[in-house]
Each structure stands twice: as C-alpha cells, then as structure tokens.
Design a protein. Sequence first.
Lengths: 112, 110
Amino acid sequence: DTGVSQNPRHKITKRGQNVTFRCDPISEHNRLYWYRQTLGQGPEFLTYFQNEAQLEKSRLLSDRFSAERPKGSFSTLEIQRTEQGDSAMYLCASSLAGSPLHFGNGTRLTVT
Amino acid sequence: DQQVKQNSPSLSVQEGRISILNCDYTNSMFDYFLWYKKYPAEGPTFLISISSIKDKNEDGRFTVFLNKSAKHLSLHIVPSQPGDSAVYFCAKAAGNKLTFGGGTRVLVKP
C-alpha cells in the first residue's frame, strides 16, 4: 500500500491556461474521488468514479472541469481556461465500498 | 447549505488534558459520520467513525459521541499529545460522497 499519489504537488499557471492533474489511487481501490479545498474550508466534493464510470458530479464542477478514469486505475482532472477562483488544493481520494476514503496529499493550484 | 458545521475554528489545550471537538449536522437522513485529521501539506487521514445505530465509538485515545436528537457529534481526545496538533474535520457520509465541516484547528501546548 503506497497510498494515493497526486502529481504535481504544486502548479502555478496564468489565467486562461489549461491545467491537468493526475491521481494514482491505491491499487485495489475501485472508487476514486476528487475534492477541492480552499483556505479555511473543508474539502468539497467534485466528482466520483467507480472503476472507469463517472457516477456523480457536483454542481461545483463547471463545464471547464473534466475528469477521466479511462482504465479504472489512475484519473486525471483537467481545468480549461483557468480563473483566479480556481486557485485551491485539489484532493484525490480512493476507497473500497464501505471503507473510509484515503486521501492523497493534493495538488495546490495557484492561478495568477 | 452548510449541512455539517464546526462552530469552533480553533482550540488550544494543554498536553495531557482532554480536547473536545464539536460538530453539528442538519439532515438526519445521513447515518454515518467520520472524523479526519489533517497536517499541513498533507491530505486528510481517517481517524474514527460512528454509525447512527451507536451513540459512542472508541479507539484508543479517541472517542466519538453521537447525539441524534440534537444532531450533534463530538470527538474527545484524551490525553492530548503535541502530535495531535492538526486540523480536524467531521464529515457525514451520504451515498457515495462525504460532506465535510469547515474544520477545527487544534493546538496542543507542551
């Protein structure tokens, strides 16, 4: 169990650019989640995959956001045309059914 | 729509004493609650959970209490240790996702 791995750890980008983050879950976990956390707040749910199927998306996930999990293993989260309000910590988590979520250390995005 | 609320943003406690963290929720449909702990520059880590069929769950120094009539849960840490200094989040499980409170920062003073 090497834990949930997220890359990059930090990303600084200019407004209007596209960014992509990667998450490698714990290998035997079939469930994968993306959350976003801003300063002073708790993590907010963005989206959830079971295997390769994206089963739930938050209304927080605007059309500029897209997440994929093509083979049911790693996942990517892409933000197009970034805005300053997208600056946040993006957290990935994985789990088995009925077990607690295991979070990665996140990708901190700064949009200048 | 704050379904999970932690009203105390911070808590300072002396080493060896009890830390009590509180959490209120607004919808009784949700029947499984969790506490997570977060150190700076790390993701949240699972600490302890409780189902609504129980009113107490204990794991070592950590005990979670659930008061369903008051829609309130609390986390007790006793005795508190300097390594417990972190941000603590309560969360409720609803379907396939967790809804988190805003967190309470705990500082344990030696």
